[in-house]
Design a protein around this ligand. Structure first.
Ligand SMILES: Cc1cc2nc3c(=O)[nH]c(=O)nc-3n(C[C@H](O)[C@H](O)[C@H](O)COP(=O)(O)OP(=O)(O)OC[C@H]3O[C@@H](n4cnc5c(N)ncnc54)[C@H](O)[C@@H]3O)c2cc1C
Ligand code: SF4
Ligand code: SF4
Ligand code: SF4
Length: 435
């Protein structure tokens, strides 16, 4: 069995500071671990460690249980199990006003709370300028106050700190669940945090027994920075922190200013503040969640949702009947146009098939024929348009354009991360020497 010492030796500076190891060891009353001041786990009382090795098994950086959770979730390439894709937003204006994207996460949490399906939700509230802190929300007000990604950068505010971080160690808030006697909580977190909780569930250990559902956020990275880096960001994005209303990450970092303008900072240029663990992480869409949420793939003000489990499907369907709006009902083109497109596609396919057959019989190549080229061009244009329209009207189709588009985004984000992954050992050794 591996002890906590083995875990730390392997993970070293790539520890996410998620607190999963400490949360388990404390919940089961072994009490061997605690979080240090910087949020890293450490021994509180080494003599209490029974070397059960569970802290190591549930760490997102250790792959021992990866195959098990993949098997349990019916995982498949490229983005894990996807039952359906949807684009939704909260029906409530107030939620939408405050939300990061369409307020789908908040809408769903409130509905689950109102209908008694959960008695709490682990969310993440703002503290100070950029930092967020996980907490167990037990009321509507608590959930609403954690919604969105607004920052308090009002003029006159003192903007100085050695440590800013966008990462919120949400797993730690699970320790509060038993304390207040909550029985069923929803958990909102990043893909790596969802992995830790699925591993806890696979092992059947506390406090995962209190989790009702896992709501994952798409994630291309979290950032840790100091005041110097903060000023560098102002230069890269050509803005002033005092003017910032909200920040959103979807493919790039988008900085929304109070005057309505949006400044874009490509993620490539933010490498210098990305947390080490995020540099080679390959789970972009929270592949082990019940439902995954992101802004990418959806129009401004809407949230993309991937449904991954039966429970997720049930939650989303229920919310769509009450507190969420679906993009298809708002934007769908008329059935008539879709039907017309379908007929023309059928016709074109027939003509193209005929061309190919004739060319084969005469031993010629059809691809140089201008009529064939024109038909093929029209077919492609129509198929693209039809697929887009069909997706908007039927956003719940697996294997659709949405999944393909997300796969491309994930692959793009992975190109860079893979280079880091290859150099992981080097990276680890470098950090170890620096530490
Ligand atoms: C660090 C980070 C990176 C992201 N990167 C991408 C990306 O590259 N592409 C993309 O499409 N989407 C990304 N997202 C997801 C996106 O920003 C939205 O959270 C998602 O679309 C849900 O929007 P919503 O309006 O439905 O959620 P809301 O209704 O606004 O609810 C958001 C919920 O997330 C919780 N939350 C906020 N910040 C954190 C945090 N740091 N840790 C844990 N919980 C948090 C809040 O407490 C709240 O409950 C990222 C999110 C985070 C936190
Ligand atoms: S008792 Fe188990 S969980 Fe706690 S530190 Fe030791 S090995 Fe880890
Ligand atoms: S479980 Fe989380 S806090 Fe513990 S070592 Fe792993 S990454 Fe770090
Ligand atoms: S990029 Fe990966 S490691 Fe970093 S916070 Fe997101 S899910 Fe976790």
């Amino acid at each position: 069995m591996r002890s906590f010492e083995d875990l730390i030796q392997e993970v070293r500076s790539l520890c996410h500071r998620c607190g999963g190891c400490v949360t388990f060891c404390t919940s089961i009353n072994y009490g061997a671990l605690e979080l240090g001041e910087e949020g890293y786990p450490r021994y509180k009382d080494k003599t209490k460690c029974i070397e059960c090795g569970i802290c190591s098994m549930l760490c997102p950086e250790i792959d021992e249980l990866d195959d098990e959770i993949k098997k349990q979730s019916g995982w498949s390439e490229p983005l894990g199990r996807i039952i359906s894709t949807s684009i939704v937003r909260a029906a409530d204006d107030e939620i939408r006003e405050r939300a990061t994207d369409g307020g789908a996460v908040t809408g769903i949490l409130l509905r689950l709370m109102d209908t008694g399906r959960i008695d709490g939700a682990i969310v993440s509230k703002h503290v100070g300028l950029f930092n967020r802190e996980p907490y167990l929300a037990t009321s509507r007000e608590d959930i609403l106050s954690a919604c969105g990604s607004f920052y308090d950068t009002s003029p006159g505010m003192v903007l100085y700190s050695e440590h800013y971080s966008t990462y919120s160690p949400s797993v730690q808030a699970l320790s509060a669940v038993k304390k207040i006697g909550a029985r069923k909580v929803a958990f909102v977190g990043t893909p790596c945090q969802i992995v830790t909780l699925r591993k806890m569930q696979a092992l059947g250990v506390v406090p995962s027994d209190a989790i009702y559902c896992l709501l994952g956020l798409f994630c291309s990275g979290n950032f840790a920075f100091d005041d110097y880096s903060r000023k560098r960001l102002e230069k890269i994005g050509d803005f002033k922190w005092g003017e910032v209303k909200k920040i959103n990450i979807k493919g790039s970092m988008y900085v929304y200013l109070n005057n309505g303008s949006i400044h874009t900072l490509p993620l490539d240029e933010l490498d210098f503040i990305m947390r080490p663990a995020c540099r080679y992480c390959d789970d972009y869409t929270a592949e082990f969640a019940d439902l995954s949420f992101g802004g990418i793939g959806a129009k401004e003000g809407w949230t993309t949702v991937l449904t991954r489990t039966q429970l997720g499907m049930d939650i989303l369907n229920h919310a769509e009947r009450s507190v969420l709006e679906n993009y298809k009902q708002q934007q769908a083109p008329g059935d008539f146009q879709l039907e017309k497109d379908r007929n023309r596609i059928r016709e074109l396919k027939g003509q193209i098939g005929h061309f190919k057959y004739s060319a084969k019989m005469s031993g010629m190549s059809e691809s140089q024929d201008p009529v064939y080229q024109s038909l093929a061009r029209e077919l492609k244009e129509l198929e693209d348009r039809h697929a887009g329209a069909y997706l908007r009207q039927n956003p719940k189709i697996p294997g659709s354009n949405m999944v393909n588009a997300l796969t491309r985004v994930m692959q793009k984000s992975m190109e860079k991360k893979n280079q880091c992954r290859e150099n992981r050992t080097e990276l680890l050794n470098g950090m170890y020497e620096q530490a």
